[in-house]
Design a protein. Structure first.
Length: 192
């Protein structure tokens, strides 16, 4: 329970009031009594709005925390890890820390790498977890075509799932394999 993925800022008295109650119980009460915009607020905190209407989450705390941790790390990757090279070039860094390109903490291949060597191909069809009927087509190393529009793959995934962020490697499936894109990522020191 004591981890970053289980934290969000709320007033102290509210935290005491909700105590150990189930999320569905106190969130639906808050929405009805005080905050009709609660779903929007939850999404901005990477908390699924489904908690308001679906009591299933009450019994799957571990799943909720793990999914939220993935979403938090996806944002860290997007806003801190991926732009590292540009930030270093723009704002400088100590001379002993030089990077030719942004460092990948996982060491795993990304979508451009998988396209470059043919593991994923332009025109491959993909879908987001839980939404196999909302298929998009890989259009570039970071874009898909969906309903006649070209979108960043993350933006498409967020639109289809309704989530504030999405880890495409865990939650976007390649239709021809029915497996997440992450299963195609080469591990460091492992053959493909």
């Amino acid at each position: 329970m004591d981890c970053v993925a289980n934290r969000t800022l709320i007033p102290r008295l509210l935290n005491i009031k909700i105590g150990r109650r189930a999320p569905h119980d106190y969130l639906s009460e808050l929405q009805a009594a005080k905050n009709p915009q609660l779903a929007i607020s939850l999404a901005s905190h990477l908390v699924p709005a489904d908690l308001l209407t679906d009591s299933t989450y009450n019994g799957f705390f571990g799943f909720f925390v793990e999914e939220r941790a993935r979403q938090i790390f996806a944002l860290i990757t997007r806003y801190a890890i991926e732009p590292l090279g540009e930030m270093a070039a723009r704002h400088g860094m100590p001379s002993e820390m030089e990077f030719d390109e942004p460092t990948r903490l996982s060491g795993r291949d990304r979508l451009p790498d998988m396209l470059a060597d043919g593991r994923v191909q332009l025109g491959d069809r993909v879908y987001a977890v839980g939404h196999p009927d909302k298929v998009a087509t890989i259009a570039s190393s970071n874009e898909v075509t969906y309903e006649g529009r070209r979108l960043a793959i993350n933006a498409w995934g967020q639109q289809v799932t309704g989530w504030a962020s999405i880890n495409i490697y865990a939650n976007v499936y390649l239709e021809r394999t029915s497996k997440p894109l992450g299963t195609l990522r080469a591990q460091p020191d492992q053959p493909e």
